[in-house]
Write a protein that binds this ligand. Structure first.
Ligand code: ADP
Ligand code: MG
Length: 729
């Protein structure tokens, strides 16, 4: 008897690596081929329009509507040469992924025919019928429609036959309905605040840019096996499945040889990504079997976020072509590592990286210390918010689960940086940075940076680690839009720098020397933000106690963690930095709670169905086989002997019965608990009820099912097992 599972395993084992057309040119020749980048602007735009566009992109000049028609015309000309027939505004609504609605270039020409047309106003602004995108009540309260508006800082690109225009998505009254709008505001805030602080040291700085380099982890699963797992198809993760005897314990997958089928997928993904201007640099196997990583070179944060969204959709599409499914879920398999997306973050001026420590001059050292400490101040003050920014129903499986970052945000600094901050704090030498040229070097700071670079010593348990010239925010989930974390982090740093400057300026106004004032405030802050600094083991129970004592946020319940967005400190920060208003935050939280509930609800339903329709019938069938065997034995052997010979079988029949019974009872309770939760009005309370009464029960049901998997005859088991899902041949 062929079962779905056996057929799927067989189909998967027969697949051959796909041929991939590799361009004959060098990467540098086809990089950005599908992007309307500067070179193409130069070629396709009139020179005055080109200059104005550069001003908009590089200096944030206002977009002059008068040039829009010329820009649109140039874009259309380039796009048509590439066989493009449609265009779309491409935006990032508060659901997952990106949204697009394609329109053809064609219009009536007024003479009974058609003409290709693309006007500036279509490039600049559109009104997608967006009523089905979540707005958390914003649209109901304000204005029914939303509109999308072009973000000229992220270049237009081509996918298939469509010109994609990155846009923000906002309501008529300006409230953000997406990720990009608040991200751009946060980047603007950190630019302003960091530029002002930089000018203490380098008066010529005119712009500070926030950078992001993400590292995308993912799993690949054969498509046939995937299709035989309704839980993977409907929820993105396995809701059941006993550990494979072999998984990651040998550490033989990490950086190991990439299987050929996977290699071809990666190759094609990279080519497509490079054509779209995504600077892919690194690829390797990850820790868990079937887990991989792709990472580009870092870019300005807005662009990096768009590129990550684009890459995630490319990954899904190209994986299917190669007979795989790409799993971006943070925890597709229990018992092995989940997937994250480290966000490497830094600030740089038009003249250099601000978090870089090669202190050629004492001034550089002081700048370095200020930006490090103010980043720590931001993380300290808003550690709960930063956690909320990366929290989701799916990422909750990683946080605190003894593998990925713990559910407490703290920062790893390493020995040298710690010593540096201690020295600044403790010395009573006002001239510690040797700024007045007296040549007395109390603290040999100029040598520290080199040691720092050696000290990329990785504390893998730290959710926010300093790694030489950047911080690495490691708690971000693989499936997440990086914008969420980047909005919170950049806004928090903008606020910390703003407050820093206010205090320094107040001292200067009282007649204090500028550098002495800076050191004074710096010292205060080093002391204040100490509780966020933790270089120890983030997984230990002692850390939870210690972190509680330090006043850090140790909450683990996802819906409650979201409350951090509405704390007084958060609202004050977002409002004062002009990033979001209280009611926008509130609306967005409503969406977060609702999304959480829906995800758990779907999982619970799927688990219930699989339990009742797949698992229990299978276990019962096996039980029947055993019962028949026992009956047969009773017929052939004398009673006492038969009893002895069937002892093991009877034990299994009994254990199956007990487990089935427990599963059935718990599935019933699960349904009851959902019913109770579903009638709760408040989205927050409903999400909490789902967390407290549904999630916990799902784990217990799984426990019983996984034990049944061990008992029931392998040929009857309906769902591909972990050992089959996890090893691509
Ligand atoms: P890892 O050892 O953690 O895998 P990599 O050296 O591969 O680190 O770099 C990871 C990411 O960090 C890459 O995207 C890289 O471009 C990025 N990165 C490096 N320097 C910076 C920086 N100063 N600011 C932001 N990102 C950076
Ligand atoms: Mg890393």
């Amino acid at each position: 008897m062929g079962s779905i599972r056996i057929d799927a395993v067989e189909a998967a084992s027969k697949k051959k690596p796909l041929e991939v057309a590799v361009p004959t040119e060098k990467v540098s020749a086809y990089f950005g081929k599908k992007v309307f980048d500067r070179a193409k602007m130069y070629k396709y735009l009139p020179s005055d329009v080109y200059q104005k566009m550069l001003d908009v992109i590089d200096h944030g000049a206002a977009l002059d509507c008068s040039i829009a028609d010329a820009v649109a015309e140039g874009m259309k000309q380039w796009a048509e040469e590439q066989g493009v027939t449609h265009y779309t505004h491409w935006f990032q609504p508060l659901t997952e992924g990106t949204a697009e609605k394609h329109d053809a270039f064609i219009e009536h020409d007024g003479k009974g025919g058609m003409i290709e047309e693309f006007k500036g106003k279509l490039l600049m602004q559109q009104e997608p019928d967006a009523s089905s995108f979540p707005s958390g009540g914003i649209r109901a309260t304000f204005e029914a429609r939303g509109y999308s508006a072009w973000d000229p800082t992220s270049p237009v690109f081509i996918i298939d036959d469509t010109l994609c225009i990155p846009t923000i998505f906002i309501s008529y009254t300006g409230e953000a309905l997406d990720y990009k709008a608040p991200l751009l505001r946060a980047l603007c805030a950190v630019d302003k605040a960091a530029t002002e602080v930089s000018r203490y040291f380098y008066p010529n700085v005119t712009k500070v840019q926030s950078n992001l380099g993400w590292e995308q982890e993912y799993f690949l699963v054969d498509e046939d096996l995937y299709n035989a797992r309704p839980d993977l198809v409907l929820t993105g993760r396995t809701l059941m499945g006993h550990d494979s005897a072999k998984n990651q314990q040998m550490d033989d997958h990490y950086f190991g040889i990439i299987p050929e089928r996977v290699m071809r997928f990666m190759k094609e993904l990279e080519i497509k990504a490079l054509e779209l201007g995504i600077p892919c640099k690194t690829r390797h196997n990850e820790v868990a079997p079937n887990q991989f990583e792709i990472a580009p070179i870092f870019e300005p944060t807005n662009l990096a976020v768009d590129h990550n969204m684009l890459l995630m959709s490319l990954m899904k599409r190209i994986a299917r072509k190669h007979g795989f499914r790409c799993l971006l879920h943070e925890k597709p398999f229990a018992g092995i590592n989940g997937s994250g997306k480290h966000n490497n973050w830094s600030l740089s001026t038009d003249t250099g990286v601000l978090l870089h420590g090669p202190g050629k001059t004492p001034l550089d050292n002081m700048r370095f210390a200020v930006f490090i400490v103010e980043t720590l101040m931001a993380v300290y003050k808003h550690n709960g918010l930063l956690k909320a920014s990366i929290m989701s129903a799916t990422n909750a499986h990683r946080l605190g689960a003894n593998e990925a970052p713990p559910a407490i945000v703290s920062s790893f600094l390493g020995k040298q940086l710690t010593e540096l901050l201690d020295a600044i704090e403790k010395t009573d030498d006002k001239d510690i940075f040797n700024l007045s040229g007296k040549q007395k070097i109390k603290l040999d700071i100029p040598v520290i940076p080199e040691i720092l670079l050696d000290n990329t010593d990785r504390n893998r348990t730290s959710p926010f680690a300093f790694t030489g010239n950047r911080f690495e925010f490691r708690a971000v989930g693989s499936e997440a839009n990086c914008a969420s974390a980047m909005i919170a982090l950049n806004t928090a740093v903008a606020e910390a720098l703003t407050l820093f400057k206010e205090r320094v300026d107040a001292l200067i106004a009282k007649g204090e020397d500028k550098f002495e004032a800076i050191v004074k405030v710096l010292r205060e802050d080093i002391v204040t933000c100490k509780p966020i600094h933790f270089d120890g083991n983030g997984y230990s129970d002692e850390w939870v106690k210690e972190a509680t004592r330090r006043g850090l946020d140790v909450e683990t319940s996802c819906p409650i963690v979201f409350d951090n967005y509405l704390s007084d400190d958060s609202v004050k920060m977002f409002e004062s930095m002009n990033v979001m208003k209280r009611f926008e935050l509130k609306a967005r939280n409503e969406i977060k709670w609702e999304t959480y509930t829906k995800k758990i609800q779907i999982e619970a339903r799927v688990l219930g169905d699989l339990s009742l329709n797949h698992i229990i019938p299978t276990a019962t069938r096996y039980q029947m086989e055993l019962v028949k065997l026992i009956e047969g034995m009773n017929r052939i052997y004398p009673a006492a002997e038969a009893e002895e010979l069937t002892a093991r079988n009877r034990k299994i029949v009994c254990e199956i019965a007990q487990r089935i019974d427990r599963i059935e009872q718990m599935v019933n309770t699960l349904v009851e608990n959902r019913k109770v939760a579903n009638v709760i009005e408040s989205e927050r309370e409903k999400a909490i009820a789902y967390h407290d009464t549904v999630v916990t029960l799902m784990d217990k049901i799984r426990y019983e099912i996984d034990h049944l998997e061990l008992l029931v005859s392998d040929d009857l088991w309906p769902l591909p097992k972990y050992r089959e899902l996890l090893f691509i041949r």
